[in-house]
Design a protein around this ligand. Structure first.
Ligand code: NAI
Length: 331
């Protein structure tokens, strides 16, 4: 099988440290798909990246055909088939994601341009670096020759957190819970929704709502816990989520590459097409299914007044972020 070229940016950072191994072992693109790893970081990190490359070699992995480690955009983006755009500044303790916006969107403007110039037109791009949704919007804007559908933002970590939280409450493993939804922004305004979620209990399959029997908890504690989970990890670890973020990035790209399991949907930040009354031209997390390397928004889910008010809050934030980002990128 021909190797594919997979770019990971921020390759000397903590998420990449877990992600590279998953890609290199075949967890993402398949256990028989060889890869050429393209690793990009900034010039001062080249020494650290050299150490990461040594470790990749020492893993003795059969699927890794070669490694390109670089601080040069053209070398990094040349002919790539898939990209994990992770590299950016992480949120520090006490920092809101908005504080990150002005520094990080410029990185994604530059990298959108590099995608446009050097990547394969069929490239599939996952934006992990925060603010992920708005970075994806900017990246797509500056990569006009790449279909907008091919650039998606990561809300899979929030999705996995919601799934795991429900599973823990119902004393089952996370794989027994499906079809949770993260709507909106990867931020504290996100709406974790379990209205259509299903759980497979020993006595049979039922809706999560029926199994939990506590609407008040679902509408308050559950939502707040998922919204604030990233901050809770930072408080405890003094660094932002890395192992779980890398696993989520791998899950997201695997679903793009291989498709979602039959009857299941996942959550992804995608360019809104106006579904569910969400304005077009913001990268919004929707429930999606994937097949043949493309996603489709799950349609016809019922949206009640409570859900609508939650969607409105996160929509407002994304529209504001987009406007701020457009101003920053004009400079
Ligand atoms: P880190 O600080 O450990 O690593 C980031 C790496 O990116 C560093 O090595 C840095 O030198 C590099 N970098 C900075 N500017 C770059 C550029 N222009 N080109 C290439 N590389 C560049 O950070 P970590 O923990 O790996 O997080 C990376 C990003 O992922 C952060 O923005 C963080 O907020 C975000 N994140 C997103 C999540 C999501 O669910 N969407 C979850 C967790 C983190």
């Amino acid at each position: 099988m021909e190797p594919i070229r997979v770019l990971i940016t921020g390759a000397a950072g903590q998420i990449a440290y877990s992600l590279i191994l998953q890609v290199a072992k075949g967890d993402v693109f398949g256990s028989s798909q060889p890869v050429i790893l393209h690793l990009l970081d900034i010039t001062p990190m080249m020494g650290v990246l050299e150490g990461v490359v040594m470790e990749i070699e020492d893993c003795a992995l059969p699927l890794v055909k070669s490694v390109v480690s670089t601080d040069d955009l053209e070398t990094a983006f040349k002919d790539i088939d898939a990209a994990f755009l992770v590299g950016s500044m992480p949120r520090k303790q006490g920092m809101e994601r908005k504080d990150l916006l002005s520094g990080n969107v410029k990185i994604f403007k530059t990298q959108g341009d590099a995608l446009n110039k050097y990547a394969k037109k069929s490239v599939k791009v996952l934006i992990v670096g925060n603010p992920a949704n708005t970075n994806a919007f900017i990246c797509a804007k500056y990569a006009p020759s790449i279909p907008k559908e091919s650039i998606t933002a990561m809300t899979r970590l929030d999705h996995n957190r919601a799934r795991a939280n429900i599973a823990k409450r119902l004393s089952v493993t996370a794989d027994k819970v499906k079809n949770v939804i993260i709507w909106g922004n990867h931020s504290s305004t996100q709406f974790p929704d379990i209205k259509s979620a299903i759980v497979n209990l020993p006595q049979g399959s039922t809706s999560v709502y029926n199994a939990i029997k506590d609407e008040n908890w679902i509408k308050t504690d559950f939502i707040k816990t998922i919204q604030a989970r990233g901050a809770a990890v930072i408080n405890a670890r003094k660094m932002s989520s890395a192992m779980s973020a890398a696993k989520a990035a791998a899950d997201h790209m695997k679903d793009i590459w291989c498709g979602t399991p039959f009857g299941e949907y996942t959550s992804m930040g995608v360019m809104s097409d106006g579904s569910y009354g969400i304005p077009k031209d913001i990268v919004f997390s929707f429930p999606v299914t994937t097949q043949n390397k493309t996603w489709k928004i799950v349609q016809n889910l019922e949206i009640n007044d409570f859900m609508r008010s939650m969607l409105d809050v996160t929509t407002k934030e994304l529209v504001e972020e987009r406007e701020e980002a457009l101003v920053v990128c004009k400079d």
